[in-house]
Design a protein around this ligand. Structure first.
Ligand code: 5CA
Ligand code: ZN
Length: 412
């Protein structure tokens, strides 16, 4: 499907640095070492509600990954999906007496606008689940023929993946079975469905039901795709058997990323599916994770309509470390607005302290698992000095602005 419009990235002098990122599978910070070109897959929205600050924070975190790779001279192929058919979308459409296609199209369009306003570099391929259904059905059929999947014998046509067939089940999330069962039940799984071989087996294909949309699945029979096989298929088809970074929020560590990895690894035999499983922390409000089901949402579009500068939203979300669960508050926004104003004054100053050291420091802090709080402190210090009239380098304000634009995505 259509992506959103991008923007020019300023070229920075000197060489970028190789990025190290925390990998959930190895439970440590490790260098990303893409061989000449980098591949990134980020789990995108299920479009049944508007973009909230949690989505924005996750997209910004992976935007920085791409900016760091590009700064180091690596071409990046970036794929993001849209889960434009799934239970939550159908449930919301039914609740609101709305056509699910109209709902998905409207919210996806709004997401694109929000991403553009936040200056998120668009994905190379922005792909919907619905347009991928023939490809997904092919993969499910391969798993069935390979004995890694099975059909329930209750006449529904539902097909499940057999977790016993996963080459390295559990290696992505590092969870024990009790923890897996708890999260599986919480996050869209069906541990109590009768007829499954293992309670943790995830759905690959849901046979057609009279009151639900369905698509011809060829030999599979009519139905619609499960969630994890959607992301595995889209990533495999567009990025190949092994990707550099599989990204998303930490609510996807299990079951989603464990299951997509299991599907992909069984299909290709290439281990691991992703060299890094990178997860952004949850943005919360009033002590709770911001989520559609809880309804405690701050929408990007609402803030934009209230004339909040998208660059202040971006700075507010960058003020915390991407991996930390953290709260959005009025104070976070007010601090970000103050910072944006100070940085803009500094960028407009006639001169400042030489910014070469600032650029090196920003690169170094970002290269270490995207340490944005440290980066913001560096830029704050430079900006305070420039505004105070320290330094005589007339080129420095422009280099500071280019640094912040290219590496943080904040246009001053
Ligand atoms: N469509 C699936 C992924 S394939 C999905 O999780 N959709 S979503 O709309 O619920 O979330 C979209 C992205 O935002 C995911 O990467 C998810 O992990 C992330 N996300 C959701 N809620 C939050 C939150 N409160 N804070 C940070 N990230 C979040
Ligand atoms: Zn996904």
């Amino acid at each position: 499907m259509e992506s959103w419009a991008g923007h020019e990235l300023p070229r920075l002098p000197g060489a970028g640095r190789p990025l190290a990122l925390y990998d959930s599978a190895r439970r440590g910070v490790h260098p990303t070492r893409p061989p000449g070109a980098a591949t990134l897959y980020v789990c995108g929205i299920t479009p049944y509600d508007a973009t909230h600050l949690g989505h924005a924070a996750t997209m910004i975190a992976f935007d920085l990954v791409q900016r760091m790779w590009r700064d180091a001279g690596l071409p990046v192929t970036y794929v993001q999906n849209v889960t434009d058919i799934d239970d939550p979308l159908l449930e919301r459409a039914q609740r609101d007496h709305e056509d699910w296609v109209v709902l998905a199209m409207r919210e996806t369009a709004l997401f694109r606008e929000d991403m553009e306003a936040l200056r998120i570099i668009p994905p190379t391929h922005y792909v919907g689940a619905v347009e991928s259904i023939p490809d997904i059905a092919d993969k499910v059929l391969l798993l069935l023929k390979d004995g890694a999947a099975y059909r329930l014998e209750d006449g529904t046509g539902d097909v499940y993946f057999d977790v016993a067939a996963a080459p390295r089940w559990g290696a992505e999330s590092n969870l024990d079975r009790a923890q897996m069962l708890e999260l599986f039940a919480e996050r869209g799984g069906d541990p109590d469905r009768a007829g499954k071989r293992d309670r943790l087996d995830p759905l690959l294909w849901r046979g057609a039901r009279p009151d639900e949309p369905s698509w011809p699945g060829g030999e599979l029979g009519p139905g619609r795709p499960g969630w994890h096989i959607e992301c595995a298929t889209i990533a495999l088809n567009l990025l190949g058997a092994t990707i550099d970074v599989q990204g998303g929020g930490n609510d996807l560590i299990f079951p989603h990323h464990e299951c997509s990895a299991a599907h992909a690894e069984r299909l290709t035999g290439a281990l691991p599916f992703a060299r890094h499983y990178a997860h952004a922390g949850m943005i919360g409000l009033d002590g709770e994770k911001m989520s559609k089901s809880r309804g405690n949402l701050v929408f990007v579009s609402r803030l934009r309509a209230d004339r909040v500068d998208p660059m202040a939203i971006r700075l507010g979300l960058l003020a915390g470390h991407y991996r930390d669960d953290r709260a959005w508050t009025d104070e976070v926004l007010a601090t970000a607005q103050g910072r944006l104003t100070r940085w803009r004054s500094a960028a407009a100053a006639p001169a400042g302290p030489s910014a070469g050291e600032l650029l090196a420091g920003v690169r170094e802090r970002l290269a270490d698992d995207l340490d944005t709080p440290a980066v913001l402190a560096l830029v704050d210090a430079w900006a305070a000095a420039a505004v105070a009239g320290e330094g005589t380098d007339a080129d420095a304000p422009a280099l500071m602005a280019a640094t912040v634009d290219a590496l943080l995505g904040v246009r001053l």
